[in-house]
Design a protein around this ligand. Structure first.
Ligand code: XIL
Length: 580
């Protein structure tokens, strides 16, 4: 909440956007560790659902609480958390399957052999992960397995007595069991004091490299981030995030809190609160710089309930809301970081909207940009502007090619559709910037080519039966195949410039349509077929072309490959049409 001071007299409270709304526009998870015994407290439940889009059990899924007897599970608390998440449209994250702490007595004093422990752990992982499959999207599979010097921690699951696997083999095994129980869940290794580059984070990095190289199902590294006011070097932390995400792994910040010295009433100085706010800001801002940093989660969310005072006497005030659920300076600084970080976008996410192929782009090509990290939380389809054209800005989103904003068909965080401006014609490369709410990405340089034809299909692989009409405008399919001697219409994008020139974003509505400057060639079932027309069509935006082609007599029956070529450039393979 911000306070607006008018003439120094009136105080008008302005509700800014909640952290959750901002995180949704960032396409990231903003989470909190929770204790379901507080759900009945309205202020707790309301603040949680208003400010966060993710929950994780602070304790309820740990081995001891969830598996209190060898043949007894207690899912009550974990179920309540997952139900809360579902009721409020939040994601649920699981914590944790393999840890040295909070193990039940039946297990640690059970005198089991490694072979027995191996089957106990396998059964535990498959039961717990399996129960929440589809409802818990990510798991901390293994927690805190390394010492500060990078050696493996000696403990129950590793070597006292362990499950019988040397080195990181027991960790690998746990990941494989978790993956078998829920192949869609994202699996994380989670640890503390491994944020900066140090002996522990080096050891984790080496394990991650090894797991990636051998196909062990590891999706990311969790960084706990239990901080005091001295966090260690932010530059070193960022270098660590960079090297992990460069492996193709995600980073999630899993247990962020900043403990402050407090007086006997639990109150911290305003200077300490300001330092805390700066740390929260800097951590969120750092995460937003990496598209693969996908979550920021705090360990609790209100100072009313935090593990800090109990575990670190003399410390407290570690979270963004105070003990009355009011925003602290840390809350405002998280909000500020979420509002001011530049979006991140990558040319690797830029593909032809019909073929889903990337690389070079052509003037007028309808493209999709996947993965830009700031945008509308929900899909916003554009509407034609007062000149009847597709607008060059929609929902505060723009995609600029050498500074020229492209007609935008829709926008959502992580996916926009735009028509490449014709002004890039004749260039060898273009600089593309993605923009949302006035904040721009770093420019991406992409090569420009004359044509990159793609044929529209119904599949997001760009393959399979094309979106092809027969002469009576009926969709061609297995049930309604086309016939030799018929004329069919294909729809393509990336065919290049037209003659006469096509203005950006214009919708063709008149009888005279611009034709593709270079007539495409079409082959069906390996046989060249004659192209009768290639150019604009009623109701289509410039850059999308209709191609009418006569199916030659020699084309075989069945599902036949279709290829459209403009100059040297051919459309995607495995695009087909049904013939009888
Ligand atoms: C802590 C909980 O917050 C406490 O309530 C509990 O008594 C002990 O565990 N790293 C972790 C978390 O991965 O599971 C720990 O949670 C805090 C340190």
């Amino acid at each position: 909440m911000r306070i607006l001071i008018v003439a120094g007299v009136f105080l008008i409270p302005l509700m800014g956007q909640s952290l959750r709304e901002l995180a949704d526009q960032r396409g990231i998870k903003l989470g909190a560790a929770v204790d379901p015994s507080h759900f009945a407290e309205a202020a707790y439940a309301e603040a949680l659902a208003r400010e966060f889009n993710q929950v994780e059990p602070e304790n309820a899924m740990k081995f001891g609480p969830i598996h209190p007897g060898q043949s007894t599970y207690n899912f009550t608390s974990a179920d309540a958390i997952v139900a809360f998440a579902q009721a409020h449209g939040m994601s649920a994250r699981g914590h944790t399957l393999v840890w040295y702490n909070q193990l039940p007595g039946w297990l640690t004093s059970g005198g089991h052999t490694p072979a027995q422990l191996s089957s106990i752990l396998q059964e535990h992982i498959s039961t717990v992960v399996g129960r929440y499959a589809g409802r818990v999207y990510a798991w901390d599979v293994v927690n805190e397995a390394f010492n500060g010097d990078g050696t493996l921690r000696s403990y129950f699951w590793y070597n006292s007595p362990g499950i019988g696997l040397p080195g990181t083999g027991y960790i690998e095994q746990a990941f494989r069991w978790a993956h078998a129980a829920d192949p869609k869940a994202l699996l994380f290794y989670n640890d503390f004091s491994a944020e900066t580059i140090n002996q522990k984070s080096d050891a984790i990095y080496r394990m991650a490299q090894d797991f990636k190289a051998r196909g062990v199902p590891l999706d990311g590294i969790g960084m706990q981030m239990h901080f005091t006011t001295s966090t260690g070097s932010l530059g070193s932390m960022e270098a660590n995030i960079k090297r992990i995400t460069d492996l193709g792994l995600q980073v999630q910040i899993t247990e962020l809190d900043v403990r402050l010295p407090v007086n006997s009433s639990g109150v911290a100085t305003s200077a300490a609160l300001a330092t805390e706010a700066q740390i929260y800001h800097d951590i969120v801002a750092m995460c937003l710089k990496y598209a693969r940093c996908t979550a920021v989660q705090t360990w609790g969310f209100t100072d009313k309930y935090s593990w800090i005072p109990g575990t670190y006497p003399g410390f407290g005030a570690a979270l963004p809301l105070d003990s009355s659920y009011q925003p602290k300076p840390a809350y405002n600084s998280i909000q500020n970081a979420l509002q001011t970080g530049r979006p991140v976008a990558s040319a690797e996410g830029l593909v032809n909207a019909a073929s889903y192929r990337g690389g070079a782009i052509a003037p007028g090509e309808l493209v999709l940009l996947f993965g830009a990290t700031y945008g509308p939380a929900t899909l916003q389809f554009s509407q034609l502007n007062s000149s009847g054209a597709v607008p060059a800005e929609w929902a505060q989103t723009r995609l600029l090619f050498d500074g020229v904003p492209a007609p935008l068909l829709y926008s959502r965080v992580g996916q926009v559709a735009a028509v490449v401006p014709f002004s890039i014609a004749g260039k060898t490369a273009t600089q593309i910037e993605y923009e949302y709410q006035g904040l721009r990405s770093e420019p991406m340089t992409v090569n420009v080519t004359t044509a990159v034809p793609g044929v529209f299909s119904f599949d997001s692989s760009g393959q399979g039966p094309g979106a092809i009409l027969d002469a009576s405008y009926r969709l061609v399919s297995r049930d309604h195949p086309a016939h030799r001697g018929d004329s069919i219409s294909l729809f393509i994008t990336g065919g290049g410039v037209t003659s006469p020139d096509s203005p950006d974003g214009q919708i063709s509505t008149t009888g005279s349509f611009p034709a593709l400057a270079v007539l495409p060639r079409v082959s069906i079932g390996g046989v060249d077929c004659s192209v009768q027309y290639a150019g604009g069509a009623s109701g289509l935006v410039t850059g999308v072309a209709q191609v009418n082609v006569l199916i030659a007599a020699g084309v075989p029956s069945g599902e036949q490959p279709v290829s459209v070529s403009v100059g040297d450039a051919a459309s995607q393979p495995a695009l087909t049409v049904w013939l009888e």
